[in-house]
Design a protein around this ligand. Sequence first.
Ligand code: COS
Length: 384
Amino acid sequence: MIRDQETLNQLLDTVSRFVRERLIPNEARVAEEDAIPEDILQEMKELGLFGLSIPEEYGGLGLTMEEEALVAFEIGHTSPAFRSIFGTNNGIGAQGILIDGTEEQKQKYVPKLATGELISSFCLTEPDSGSDAASLKTRAVRDGDYYVLNGTKRFITNGPEAGLYTVMARTDPDSKGASGITAFIVEGDTPGLIRGKPDQKMGQKGAHTCDIIFEDCRVPAENIIGGKEGVGFKTAMKVLDRGRLHISAVCVGVAERLLQDALTYAMERKQFGKPIAEHQLIQAMLADSRAEVYAGRSMVLDAARRKDAGENVSTEASCCKMFCSEMVGRVADRAVQIHGGSGYIAEYDVERFYRDVRLFRIYEGTTQIQQIVIARNMIREAQG
Ligand code: COS
C-alpha cells in the first residue's frame, strides 16, 4: 500500500533521473571494467538505495513491497549489474535478519546494511545443492558458545565484497532434509571464512559472484538467526518469496528499456523505403512485447499489493518470477531481432542485455522450480 504518494513520486523521479543521467551513460564502462565506479557507489548510498526495503527504525527508507516494485521498475531501465550491488542489502542478504532475526541482531547489523557501510550476501547454494536446496551439506557443529562451520557455498552474489553473510548450514546431521538446517549470521572478517576468486560469467559484468568457503569457521551461537536451530530452511524460503517479487519487477524494468530501444531503432532504421517500424512483421514483435511487459507489470503490482496487505504470496511470487524472467528473455530476443545485424554487435546495448537477462531465469530459483512451487501450492490448496 502506497503510504505517501507525493514522497514516493519524488523518490521515483530522483531514481529515474539518476538512472538516466548517471547509470545509463556508464553502462559500457561498467561492462568493460567489470566494476561499479566508486563515485557511483557513493551516490547510490546517498540516495538510500541500499536501504529501500529496510524499515525506517533501522535507517532505511521503509518502502512497502509495492513502492519497492515501482523503484525496481525504474532501476531495471539500466544494466542489472548496478542493481546487484545494492540488491542483496534490500533482499536476500538482509531479509533473513529482518524477517526472523532477534531485535538485538536487527539493531546490530541492519543499520549498517541500510547505509551500505556493510554489503551482505545470502549463502544457500553449494556445489552439490542448487535447486534441491534442502540437501545442503555445509555443517555447523556446536562447540561451547560457538558453532564450527565447514563447507563450500557457490555462486554467491556480492560474495567478493560482502562484509556480512546469511549462511544456511546443517546443525542436525541425522536430518537429511529441511528440518536440520539453521541460518547463521557470519561476519566477513571471521577467521575461516575464505572468499574464492570471482567467477567469470556470461553477462552482468560489474556484478560479482564467488565461492565462500568455510574452514573451521567459528561463529558465536548468538548469531543463529532468531536464536532457533532447525528453522533456517524456512527462513531461506521466506526470504526468497520476497526476493522473487523484487527480481520480477527488475525483469519488467529491463524489458521496458529493451522495448524502448527496439522501438527507437525501428523508427529510425529504414528498409524497403520506409522505417522498419512500419513493416507489419516488426510491428508484431513490438506489439507482442508491449502486451507481455504490461502483463508483467500488472501481475507484479498485484502480487506486491497482496503482500503489503499481509497475504501469503508464495504462489504469486513464483508466478511473477516465472512469467517475468521468461518474458524479458523473449523481449530481449525480439530486441536483438529488430536490430538485425546491429543487434549482434557490442556497440549497440541489446547484445549485452541479451546476455545479462539470461540469468533471471536461473537465479533465486529456476523457472522449473517456480513451476514446482506453483503446482504444489495449488494441490495443497485444493486438498484444503
Ligand atoms: N515459506 C515458509 N516456509 C516454507 C516455504 C515458504 N515459502 N516453502 C517451504 N516452506 C517450508 C515447508 O512448509 C516445509 O516445512 P514443514 O516441513 O514444517 O512442513 C519446509 O519448508 C520444507 O519445504 P518442502 O518440503 O517444500 O521442501 P523441498 O525440499 O521439497 O524444497 C523447493 C522446496 C524446491 C521449493 C526449494 O528447495 C527451493 O526453493 N529450491 C530452489 C532454491 C533456490 O531458489 N535457489 C536459488 C539460490 S538462492 S539466491
